[in-house]
Design a protein around this ligand. Sequence first.
Ligand code: HEM
Length: 328
Amino acid sequence: MESRSLNAVLVPLASLILLLGLTRAQLSVDYYSKTCPHVEEIVRKEMIQILSVAPSLAGPFLRLHFHDCFVRGCDGSVLLDSTSGTKAEKDAKPNLTLRGFGSVERVKAKLEKACPNTVSCADVLALMARDAVWLSKGPTWPVWLGRKDGRISLANETKQLPPPKANLTQLIQMFSVKGLDLKDLVVLSGGHTIGTAHCSSISDRLYNFTGLDNLSDVDPFLDMKYISKLRSKCSPTDTKTLIEMDPGSFKTFDNSYYKLVAKRRSAFHSDWALLTNSFTRDYVLKHANGFESEFFQDFADSMIKMGNVGVLTGSQGEIRKTCSVVNY
Ligand code: HEM
């Protein structure tokens, strides 16, 4: 408990110090200090209520922000509904497993009541992701605010999201085009310490991996004992069942993700791929053996960096009234 309260002080402080030296595209931590001074308290209060009823939504909130930032920047485009002429991001395959849209609207509605037409949906997502991690006993960090919402959401742009089958070269490439480096990749992958995955996201590792279609045709880089465990939960065609990505502590943000990766028990090929590069492997192995506060600090720094990807600011974009539709 003591070290947690120390973290609560050190992590945001260190992040702030780091950020003072960097220029951020017109975002600032006190962006709403005059126009919506209680924005963070309003979001936090709602998040406490939402997660007390549905704790399994913490993972989805973190993932929503990631998927928002990787397509068209953090502009709330992941929240837009498809229209008659256009299939939106949320209806594309990688996003069909996203959850939590209703809660985002709930938080946004509270903010509209307190400060109409002021707080963007993109900022709501960034705050909800931060609070989801904090309320899962993870780190906290200052959220830089002032993002505007985009008016475009295109399903085919979701190919910028890394697939679970990705190898390290693909992952590095997909992160670097967003301005995120190798360290951000291994650190942000640690987000898989919370949440669940659908059997369909991992079943290719368990069955017919190379097309030989026999029982031993599995991903050779997945621990055999873990394969049996996963097979007992996931049949080859199961699309509904959820598995805990970090079994036993999937609601707690901690460094056990790295323990799983080190033991080849992580959910996705992309997680395992972190062992194929000396820098990312060293990070995984170090944090499999402790150094949790360092991971927390790194995660806070990389989340701030990710939250700055491709943001719309100033006169760009708009403040949506409802997150799922653009303003008229
Ligand atoms: C490095 C590349 C990444 C890949 C290939 C990847 C892939 C995936 C996949 C396939 C799922 C499971 C979806 C499902 O079946 O329901 C998932 C879940 C999740 N991902 Fe990632 N992810 C990556 C990076 C990240 C990052 C950077 C974050 C956040 C910082 C993140 C946070 C999450 C969370 C929290 C979940 C659980 C969602 C839930 O509980 O519904 N992921 N990811």
